[in-house]
Design a protein around this ligand. Structure first.
Ligand code: 5GP
Length: 197
């Protein structure tokens, strides 16, 4: 069966490894469109403007909100993040599926605008593993680490509202499950475990 381009949302708490997962799936599927979000937070070491994010000042972010440039945006942790309409349109116009790696608020907003969007939630094997990964990442100061943990609890509560849930325990397994999920929705409109095959 032909692949039909779909809009995918991938969410999950900070530290769960969703960025790595999406990057690995893209290596298998270079045809997948990945949008670059805008944010008001500062770049972490190694992050490149226009590649990791469009890093915007507060004023510039507000200007773009007012100009209607965002498909969705949300306050996540202590900064604003948003998906630019132009990024999504660019991919869809090229006939590519789009993967939005966004938080649960954004996931809810996208579902309202695109009811056809498929939402995938990435879960940690356990709470302790998540705490360990987030600490090990070492990119956060203590206050920001605590905030991310509090937010993680709230994000995990919303996992049941997602279409598909994947536990990121063994990375290779999770990569395959995410790639299979994309493929199943593109080809068959669903996965074998939700009865849509
Ligand atoms: P980080 O600061 O660790 O890169 O990202 C923090 C959170 O912001 C993650 O949960 C990520 O999914 C979310 N995020 C990144 N881009 C967007 C976006 O465009 N919209 C929304 N709603 N959330 C985003």
């Amino acid at each position: 069966m032909e692949r039909r381009p779909r809009l995918f949302v991938v969410s999950g708490p900070a530290g769960v490894g969703k960025g790595t997962l999406v990057t690995k799936v893209r290596e298998l599927r270079p045809d997948l469109g990945l949008t670059v979000s805008a944010t008001t937070r500062s770049p972490r070491p190694g992050e490149v403007d226009g590649v990791s994010y469009h890093f915007l000042s507060d004023e510039e972010f507000t200007r773009r909100v007012e100009a209607g440039e965002f498909l969705e945006w949300a306050q996540v942790h202590d900064h604003r993040y948003g998906t630019l309409r132009s990024e999504v349109d660019r991919c869809l116009a090229a006939g590519k599926s789009v993967v939005l790696e966004i938080d649960v608020q954004g996931g809810g907003n996208v579902k309202r605008i695109y009811p056809d969007a498929v939402r995938v939630f990435i879960e940690p094997p356990s709470w302790d593993v998540l705490v360990g990964r987030l600490r090990g990442r070492g990119t956060e100061d203590e206050a920001s680490f605590k905030l991310r943990l509090e937010d993680a609890r709230q994000e995990l509560d919303l996992a049941p509202t997602y279409d598909v849930r994947i536990v990121n325990d063994d990375l290779q397994t999770a990569v395959r499950q995410l790639a299979d999920t994309f493929e199943s929705y593109e080809r068959y409109g669903g996965t074998s475990n939700n009865g849509n095959h």
